[in-house]
Design a protein around this ligand. Structure first.
Ligand code: GDP
Ligand code: MG
Length: 692
């Protein structure tokens, strides 16, 4: 008994489906443009290698939405008849457009073969495919054919038989639709499996979820469950507000992005033939020689603007907190020693205010990141980094969570979920804290203006960020060669088309992150500020020991006597070789809880004798003057270097534990980075001292 196999031939119109059908079945079906009859599907029977094969030539479609009759016929056949193999006839001379259908078949999770037809024309056009890599990325067999000449027949037949015999395996690569859409999918997909069991058995549930977000009428009609329908409506509404566009369009964009990324990696064009606007921009932006300089220049621009534009609102906020502190202090008679006054003025306003003044910088940085993300440049940045990343043993995709790390390590570590390989993922998580997050920016914002002349501020900030990136690269290399050794599986980098970022979406992104920062200032940092204030104010030395001292000396004596002062002094010998004194030591301890606390703690340490200042002078400039008077620029730089590398904040450690599912990795990260910070700062300070 010969086994029976059904195969479906799908593909864009004029990709050569009928030619391939004829080639396989030996029929003489009409070939060529033939409008009007495309809706029909045609069946043919033939035998090969002991199999009875039924081939079905489906109508030509560009997509598998339910918009046209052709699409519906093709889709219904593939879903309802469940052919053993779907052969997607791809016009390989026009690959990006043709792969859109392929991507949808991949998402439907059908057993798929791609026939790269028109390979003769592709060759004429000078296109060279890395078939093996592309096939790996798409997880489908690829066979080159020339349908009109019957070339590739045996290869195609063998591939069909093999695919039909194969056990179905889970796909590794899924198109990543981006955080926002993925979040909604993660809500809808389980709802489908729970409420629409019959559908979920028949169709791939992720595919269903995507279709629902795309507002596919045919699939939506099949849904009976009210709760699910409501969830879908909410998700769509939510996505509409974020993107200012229909989710369907964004989803299509991501698919094109996936294709574009896959093609950039696997197709070389010996003849330059680029058309679309995105391609034209990409020709410059992702250019081999220009790409990296443009990327670095853009990054530099971002930091320059963050600094320059942020100066003005920062000045206003400083004045505001200075005024607020003075106003509150005025409730008490001059020279009063009230603990409540000290708590409010030094602890709360000094601490939290010292952190909030940097909000404009943070917002500007996040604005820039949101603009780069929404315009589609971020994906290019990852693409540009892909070459370098491959050299150090990671995929360029790892660069995306690392870029998010410039905002905050927490979402960045969560963002590593897009990496499928555990070793790549762990490596990326380990180095994410080396990306200067928004909280570390507050430290740089305090230190840089205090020690560096105007024209050097931008470059120094840029240098610090760059140091983090370079260190991350070195660490990755080392980790990949040692504990996280192993192969990198290739996968696709999505390159969505460039789009004008919508004001709405950029503002939402900026605000979400800015709000996180503010909330942190109002909660964790407020609490820590108060604890640190208490630890810095108590126990108090006896009145006697303060007699005859000027206010400055009295302040130092009090601080030395306090809990935190004692602790700082205890660790001072360890910090001395880095150029840090015990006061910086106390701030470093605070920074472990949250990086911004470094600033608020220094503000508290140095602000206490400033409260009687009647001119209403604000705390932050005074703090800078104090730092200037007490430390050298070298120490200033070392502070930034140490804070850049050292101990990730508590929240990051917890997140690492959560995402790696192991305290061991969390501690490894914590201790490893601290040791690295110590060593490097030691070297810089010791060598620096010799030179300066
Ligand atoms: P369909 O619309 O997908 O069924 O495409 P057809 O099979 O009708 O083919 C469209 C046109 O492309 C016809 O003129 C074919 O002869 C031609 N054709 C099909 N395959 C190839 C190929 O591999 N190379 C070249 N040069 N032409 C092809
Ligand atoms: Mg045809």
């Amino acid at each position: 008994m010969a086994k029976k196999i059904t195969i479906a031939l799908a593909g864009n119109p004029n990709s050569g489906k009928s030619s391939i059908f004829n080639m396989l079945t030996g029929a003489r079906q009409h070939v060529g443009n033939y409008p009007g009859v495309t809706v029909e599907k045609k069946e043919g029977l033939f035998k090969y290698a002991g199999y009875k094969i039924t081939a079905v030539d489906l109508p030509g479609t560009y997509s598998l939405t339910a918009y046209s009759m052709e699409e519906l016929v093709a889709r219904t056949f593939i879903i309802d008849e469940q052919p053993d193999v779907v052969v997607d006839i791809v016009d390989s001379s026009n690959i990006e457009r043709n792969l859109y259908l392929a991507i949808q078949l991949i998402e439907m999770d059908v057993p798929l073969i791609l026939a790269f037809n028109m390979s003769d024309i592709a060759k004429q056009k000078g296109l060279v495919f890395d078939i093996e890599q592309l096939s790996g990325l798409l997880e489908a067999r690829i066979v080159s054919t020339v349908g009109s000449k019957g070339k590739g027949k045996t290869e195609l037949l063998n591939a069909i038989i093999e695919t039909a015999r194969q056990e179905k395996t889970e796909r590794i690569h899924k198109i990543n639709y981006g955080d926002e859409i993925e979040t909604e999918l993660a809500i809808i997909e389980p709802l489908i499996t729970n409420t629409e069991q019959q559908l979920a058995e028949k169709y791939n549930s992720r595919w269903l979820a995507v279709k629902l977000l795309e507002q596919d009428s045919e699939i939506t009609e099949k849904i009976r469950n009210k709760e699910l329908l409501e969830a879908v409506t909410t998700s769509i509404e939510h996505l509409r507000t974020i993107f200012g566009d229909e989710p369907e369009i964004i989803i299509a964009d991501r698919r094109y992005g996936f294709i574009s990324g896959a093609c950039q990696e696997t197709i070389k064009s010996t003849v330059e033939a680029r058309h679309s606007r995105s391609d034209m921009i990409d020709a410059v932006v992702t250019n081999r020689t220009l790409g990296l300089p443009i990327f670095l220049l853009l990054m530099y621009l971002v930091f320059f603007l963050t600094f320059k534009l942020g100066e003005y609102p920062m000045g206003w906020l400083e004045q505001f907190f200075g005024w607020a502190g003075a106003t509150i202090a005025n409730f008490w008679p001059a020279g009063s020693e009230s603990w409540l006054k000290s708590l409010l003025v030094d602890g709360v306003i000094g601490g939290v205010g010292g952190v909030i003044v940097f909000l404009p910088n943070i917002l500007l940085l996040f604005l820039a990141i949101a603009l780069l993300e929404d315009s589609g440049y971020m994906a290019r940045a990852a693409f540009i980094m892909d070459n370098i990343m491959h050299k150090i043993g990671l995929h360029g995709k790892s660069f995306i969570p690392m870029l998010i790390g410039f905002g905050c390590s927490i979402p960045a570590i969560m963002g590593t979920r897009i990496l499928e390989n555990r070793r790549s993922r762990l490596t990326t998580i380990m180095v994410i804290p080396l990306m200067s997050c928004g909280a570390k920016l507050t430290i740089y914002m305090l230190i840089i203006p205090a020690f560096f002349p105007h024209q050097w501020r931008g470059p120094v900030l840029w240098l610090i960020y760059l140091t983090g990136i370079v260190l991350a690269i070195i660490c990755i290399k080392v980790l990949r060669l040692t504990i996280f050794r192993g192969e990198t599986i290739p996968f696709v980098m999505e390159l969505p088309p460039y789009r004008m970022p919508t004001l709405n979406s950029v503002l939402i992104h900026m605000w979400q992150r800015g709000w996180m920062y503010l909330r942190k200032a109002g909660t964790i940092i407020l609490a820590i500020s108060i604890i640190l204030w208490a630890a810095g104010s108590y126990p108090k030395p006896g009145q006697k020991s303060l007699e005859g001292l000027n206010p400055e000396q009295a302040q130092q004596t009090k601080l030395r006597y306090s809990v935190i002062g004692r602790f700082g002094q205890a660790i001072e010998p360890v910090l001395k070789p880095l150029g840090f004194d015990w006061k910086i030591g106390t701030a470093l301890i605070g920074a472990t809880a949250a990086k911004e606390v470094f600033v608020s703690q220094l503000a508290i340490v140095y602000a206490v004798n400033e409260t009687t200042d009647k001119s209403g002078k604000s705390v932050a400039p005074t703090l800078r003057e104090k730092l200037q008077a007490n430390y050298t620029p070298l120490t200033g730089f070392c502070i930034m270097l140490f804070c850049l590398i050292s101990t990730p904040c508590v929240a990051t450690v917890v997140m690492t534990r959560q995402e790696t599912n192991s305290w061991a990795w969390a501690f490894f990260q914590f201790l490893g980075l601290t040791a690295l910070a110590y060593t490097l700062t030691f070297i810089v300070y010791q060598f620096g001292s010799l030179i300066v």
